[in-house]
Design a protein around this ligand. Sequence first.
Ligand code: GDP
Ligand code: MG
Ligand code: K
Length: 299
Amino acid sequence: MNKEGYKSGFVSIVGRPNVGKSTFLNRVIGQKIAIMSDKPQTTRNKIQGVYTTDDAQIIFIDTPGMHKPKHKLGDFMMKVALNALREVDLILFMINAEEGFGRGDAFIIEQLKAVNTPVFLVINKIDKVHPDDLLPLIDQYKDLYPFAEIIPISALQGNNIETLVEQIKKYLPEGPQYYPPDQITDHPERFIIAELIREKALHLTREEVPHSIAVVVETIERREDSDTVYVGAVIIVERDSQKGIIIGKQGRMLKEIGQRARMDIEALLGSKVFLELWVKVQKDWRNRLAQLRDFGFRE
Ligand code: GDP
Ligand code: MG
Ligand code: K
């Protein structure tokens, strides 16, 4: 579908933890964001939610690495984050109206300065502050970065959300409806977890397996009865010999890959992780990835 005048594009929401990013997304998408289970995400742009109307489609993209990592995940995370910011049409930088400028913000603004993408300052939780307190806050942030728009909202109460959505549409290019209207979301952390596993596999095998190996995260599940997140992932190789290298003698290599990846995933998610890894030989997987990209993903 490619209607005349139809607008569509990719929007990244960044901001410190707890500023209200998820609440905002749930509010905009209009229902609790569900995890799509069986569609492997193979792109650097992980979809958090898709908002579709008759005149526009906004695809909200997660940007991993935009909060300061708990321990050093290295340049790799930064690169992923910056690339994601470059590729989107618009960035929403969300702050909490109750809190002043903090170190987490400095880290984010540093990254915003490295890209040319327009940025909105979204001041959330205005229900918690007196209107008089907003102006000084706006002044403070205005000096830090040339925001394209500054929009106060309450994601929780739904104040000014429509205004924000209308402003977002103005910044989107004309484009197709990339996704069917019923497609809501993918798990936000899926891609970065896959990349962390892939990185460990490449590193520990001293790159004896080609960079073309893929990792597909099939399950991310927070267990109700514990604070452990279960992650199940498949490492896809093209040849039996590569499978042997990844698994290693008595499974030792796979175990080591799993242990190291698990530590990074725990730092990323901020919770205990149970990681289960499989290795699968699939000769033509690269072609299939290309097909997925054709579906509208951009890398
Ligand atoms: P995230 O970490 O940025 O995704 O933040 P969340 O969406 O998980 O929100 C963190 C907390 O802030 C939750 O308890 C939300 O209910 C609360 N919250 C989010 N938006 C608002 C808002 O507009 N007003 C108020 N009062 N609380 C909010
Ligand atoms: Mg969140
Ligand atoms: K996030």
